[in-house]
Design a protein. Structure first.
Lengths: 153, 145
């Protein structure tokens, strides 16, 4: 199976809303063995000046990988998920993610380049918090490259 | 107490942390993150796609490494940018039923470039497992006062 080179430049609009819950922040923090009290204790988070529990710095991967799934599961893309290896990842936080945020992600395919029998695909998720009415606040930009390994790679 | 940017110097070490990983940890991370790729929990599947065995999610390694920076900064919200390249897989052996970890990840960090105008410092992380650097260019930008 070959990767469709026409993916480059493609965008997927914001789809479902992700509601950031306190227990999910706690669960994710425990899963990455984070112990900072601002992930677990609302009063500790407030003492640092925050509105609610603060998500760990890589929490946005949940939302970004949901957005990526639109591409990976797109039959036109030709991506075999079992041969996907994560090559690089970046999070740029315009502001922290807090419990209570309602987030959406727009996915952009910034690069597709053939490598051996496989391909390196670079995606960017622009994550926004929904506010009142049509208001959207930019929260996090994630960029990620995945290597889809060809046979024998 | 959070470090003061005026008191930092490039090359200054921020400490180190050891993360022990078991297969159970990978199952927990899969559930917490929603990444259920079987290469992270099924040996036969992993070796069937030519991997050396079950490997940790790169995002588990990245996510557990940043704790060192979060604790040093005093506030997880201070980490305004965090990036890495994943260079080597962390192979996690099956130690289920024992008290042994399936892999060990050693994390250490040092202050890199300081931008006094922006009020930020870069922290460069060194992340090693089984004697190999598993992350490269693991850099966090931290906002300090």
């Amino acid at each position: 199976m070959t990767i469709n080179p026409d993916l480059q430049g493609r965008s997927y609009p914001a789809a479902e809303v992700y509601d950031v819950g306190r227990e999910k922040i706690r669960e994710f923090a425990r899963a990455v063995k984070a112990t900072h009290p601002a992930h677990f204790d609302v009063e500790e988070a407030k003492a640092l000046g925050h509105s609610d529990l603060v998500a760990p710095p890589t929490f946005a991967i949940i939302i970004a990988q949901r957005a990526d799934a639109q591409l990976i599961e797109d039959p036109e893309a030709g991506i075999d998920f079992s041969r996907v290896v994560h090559a690089d990842q970046r999070f740029t936080h315009h502001r922290p993610i807090f419990a209570g945020d309602r987030l959406v992600a727009e996915l952009h395919v910034d690069g597709v380049r053939a490598m051996g029998g496989g391909a390196m695909i670079t995606t960017r998720s622009e994550i926004f918090a929904l506010g009142d009415g049509d208001a959207r606040e930019q929260v996090t930009t994630t960029t990620s490259s995945i290597l889809v390994r060809g046979e024998g790679q | 107490m959070s470090p003061k940017i005026s008191e930092l110097s490039a090359g200054q070490e921020i400490g180190s942390r050891t993360v022990e990983v078991t297969r159970t940890d990978l199952v927990k991370y899969a559930g917490a993150s929603g990444d259920f790729n079987p290469i992270h929990w099924n040996e036969a599947f992993a070796t069937g796609v030519e991997l050396p065995g079950v490997i940790a999610h790169g995002m588990f390694t990245m996510g557990s490494a940043v704790q060192l920076v979060t604790d040093w900064a005093g506030d997880p919200a201070a980490v305004v940018d965090f990036q890495t390249r994943f260079t080597k897989p962390v192979v996690v052996t099956d130690t289920t039923g024992t008290s042994e970890p399936g892999a060990t990840i050693e994390v250490s960090g040092a202050v890199g470039k300081i931008d006094a105008d922006a009020g930020t410092a870069r922290v460069d992380l060194t992340v090693v497992s089984a004697g190999q650097k598993v992350l490269m260019k693991a850099q966090a930008i931290v906002k300090l006062s």
